[in-house]
Design a protein around this ligand. Structure first.
Ligand SMILES: [Zn+2]
Length: 240
């Protein structure tokens, strides 16, 4: 006879893919989202323990950022990039939250982010949010907040429009393309806060830069750090 927990587990396995989000091999009992092999071979950046890391340095002279880190590197077309990409399109928001917790544990262990008291996910434009049904960055942020025990704010930073695909644009056009992409509502609520902006990936850094610009302009006395699950190895990985 099936117990309630068996039925719930069966229901859960119908709802949740039972294969590794990275290598797609079937998961065994005790594994969740990532297989043991991928969990131990994750291409960690180590940025959470290194204040003066390449991601942090990329914001120098552009926008005021207190700390910057990403959990792992991705390479274009690689398995880890596909895994993060799948959060957007396969309804895998649960996996986004689990990896968000891993990011939170890494940030927490490094202690550089200890003063953060509010987490803001990089917002989607309302139209895209309605189409997709959820913002994957919000679930990553909620995973980080599970570890930090602080509030997630999804209402104060808003995206005014979608940025069209940037791949065809030159660098100057890319800057114009993301300028004034975000706006701050109720800036008084953010006054004096130590904010952690969270996104899924940092590829060029332009979207994150636009968010920090908007926050710094609207709330001069807030302090902003940035974190993502994945950062481009080509841009931030040095000679590796
Ligand atoms: Zn795997």
């Amino acid at each position: 006879m099936s117990t309630l927990s068996d039925i719930l587990r069966d229901l859960g396995s119908l709802l949740m893919p039972r294969e590794c989000i990275v290598c797609r091999t079937p998961l065994v009992d005790g594994e969740r989202d990532l297989c043991t092999s991928c969990r131990y071979s994750i291409p960690l950046t180590g940025f959470a323990r290194e204040p003066d890391n390449p991601l942090f340095r990329s914001f120098w002279g552009i926008v005021p950022v207190e700390r910057a880190a990403a959990l792992f590197f991705f390479t274009r077309g690689g398995a880890w990039q596909r895994a993060v990409h799948s959060f957007k399109y396969d309804g895998r928001w649960r996996s986004a939250r689990i990896l968000g917790r891993m990011l939170g544990e890494e940030l927490d262990a490094g202690e550089l982010f200890a003063s953060v008291d509010l987490i803001i996910p990089v917002p989607l434009h309302t139209r895209r949010l309605l189409l997709r049904g959820y913002n994957q960055a919000e679930y990553i942020a909620r995973g980080v907040a599970d570890v930090f025990g602080c509030e997630v704010d999804t209402g104060s930073l808003v995206r005014l429009r979608n940025n069209p695909s940037q791949t065809q644009l030159h660098t100057d056009q890319k800057r114009d393309n993301v300028r004034e992409l975000f706006s701050v509502r109720h800036p008084g609520r953010l006054a004096g806060r130590r904010i952690l902006l969270v996104d899924d990936v940092i590829t060029s850094g332009e979207t994150m830069t636009a968010c920090v610009e908007a926050l710094a302009a609207a709330v001069p006395d807030c302090r902003v750090s940035v974190a993502a699950l994945a950062a481009s190895r080509a841009r931030y990985g040095g000679a590796q």
